[in-house]
Design a protein around this ligand. Structure first.
Ligand code: UD1
Ligand code: CA
Length: 458
């Protein structure tokens, strides 16, 4: 019996008060749906998961196009049972169906695997949890022998049913033939006028079908998102989970509550991360690197022993061993820094390769540049790479020294060993190993010059 996963993600998420479908909201830089899809794919069940889309379905589909899932539309959102009904024609009769809701991003593989492994082939498995605040969830009804006899939605629950703390997580494992049978029985004569999927449990118990519940011990995983408040709450839970994982792997976090991870990251042991750091997209950090406070790293790889100082932003860069960056540096996409490069404060580097041991320590813009080894760039140097229509390249060869306040008007080559005098505007390539200077005004002193005096009026 193979397992067909179906993810319900067609709802609009009225309670979010958003123009965007609920499952498109993000936790840790990934959409709610993406979390559920990624987990479904790593369960390695045979057929690709089915995703039921509806509200703004095209945008949901486009956003997740990289994932191999099967999309089925629910044209009108008439309830969770109606959503699942749309998938029925695509499910093989012999399969078991694992239903997941697209708004429960923290569900763990451990619980899903446990449900799959412990539910008898002919039984129905569900995941429940005991919540201190069960408000808004469907409640699990049990008889005097503690057998599950049904699920009642909060809006339809009596006062005593509302007092039940065991909730329905919204995960069901059910043989396809039973699903077919019970989906056709479900009515919408309830408070919300919707076809409720949890109603299958009541029908099944009447037929003496075994209902097997996996009671989640880690109750955070079953939390669903219906409001912005719950979104913010789950974001914090997710972030803390990521931080705990990193610390367990040997990363030092100065404050695990002040790190935000919005993507897929890989951090080696003995990396130290100061407070208020944001890691976005694919970020790799090598051993013994130090990330200062208020740093943003996006789609970036740092090798070992890199030091990123406070308030720097590094986006789309490849940084080799021993580099020192910042404070207040901005490294933009397609930049490669080789070993031991130093980038100092208020320096912007864009789409450039800087070879080993070069230094750009103060207030500079380096764009579309190939810089050799051991180059020293003085404060206030600018590669003038843009003529208003096109971008041009600046090539700076090994062992060049560039004086402060220099403009390099591209395209041009600063040949090996060149020294450029401070304040120069260099418009042509330079000869190697010579001093080039364009600021040729001789310094003079004006004799007997007096500073103007402030005029005081009474
Ligand atoms: C649902 C359960 C409730 C459970 C809770 C867990 C029902 C009736 N109730 O309530 O027992 O405790 O989840 O979080 O199932 N969806 C569709 N099409 C629809 C309606 C919903 O695809 O027509 C999708 C939504 O996009 C969402 C999921 O189904 O991802 C759950 O729907 P939602 O409206 O959030 O259900 P809850 O009221 O939270
Ligand atoms: Ca929900």
């Amino acid at each position: 019996m193979t397992i067909q996963i179906v993810i319900l993600a067609a709802g609009s998420g009225t309670r979010m008060h958003s123009a965007m479908p609920k499952v498109m909201h993000h936790i840790g830089g990934k959409t709610l749906l993406e979390h559920v899809i990624q987990k479904s794919l790593s369960l390695a069940t045979l057929p690709p998961p089915i995703v039921i889309h509806g509200h703004q379905g095209k945008s949901v589909q486009d956003y997740h196009a990289a994932y191999s899932v099967q999309w089925i539309e629910q044209k009108e959102q008439l309830g969770t049972a109606h959503a699942l009904l749309q998938a029925l024609p695509a499910i093989r009769a012999a399969d078991r169906v694992l239903v997941l809701y697209g708004d429960m991003p923290l569900i763990t593989l451990k619980t899903l695997n446990q449900l799959i492994q412990t539910t008898n082939d002919h039984a129905i498995g569900i995941v429940t949890a005991n919540l201190s605040c069960p408000t808004h969830y469907g409640r699990i009804k049990r008889d005097s022998k503690n057998h599950i006899i049904g699920i009642v939605e909060e809006k339809d629950a009596t006062e005593s049913e509302q007092a039940i703390t065991e909730i329905n997580a919204g995960i069901y494992l059910i043989p396809c033939e039973l699903l077919k049978k019970y989906l056709s029985c479900i009515q919408n004569n309830n408070q919300q006028g919707e076809y409720y999927l949890p109603d299958i449990i009541g029908f099944a118990t009447k037929d003496h079908i075994e209902i097997h519940a996996v009671i989640s011990e880690k109750t955070d995983e079953v939390l669903g998102i219906n409001t912005r408040n719950q979104l913010a709450h789950l974001e914090r839970l997710y972030q803390r989970e990521q931080a705990d994982k990193l610390m367990a792997q040997g990363v030092t976090l100065f404050d695990p509550n002040r790190l935000d991870i919005r993507g897929d990251i890989q951090i080696a042991p003995d990396v130290t991360i100061d407070v208020n750091v944001i890691l976005e997209g694919r970020v790799v950090i090598g051993q013994n690197s130090i990330i200062g406070p208020h740093v943003i790293l996006r789609n970036t790889t740092l090798a070992d022993h890199v030091h990123v100082r406070a308030h720097s932003i590094i986006d789309g860069a490849n940084v080799a061993c021993g580099c020192i960056i910042g404070p207040f540096a901005r490294i933009r996409p397609e930049t490669t820094l080789k070993d031991n490069v130093h980038i100092g404060n208020f320096v912007e580097v864009k789409q450039s390769t800087i070879e080993a041991s070069s230094k750009i320590n103060h207030l500079s813009y380096i764009g579309d540049c190939e810089m050799g080894q051991r180059v020293n760039v003085g404060a206030g140097t600018i590669t003038c790479n843009y003529d208003g229509a096109n971008k041009h390249k600046t090539i700076i060869e090994n062992d060049v020294h560039i004086g402060s306040d220099t403009q390099l008007v591209a395209p041009l080559i600063v040949k090996e060993g060149t020294t450029i005098g401070a304040g120069s505007t260099v418009t042509h390539s330079t000869p190697p190993n010579e001093l080039t200077i364009t600021h040729v005004l001789k310094q003079r002193t004006v004799p007997s010059w007096k500073r103007p005096k402030r005029i005081t009026r009474n």
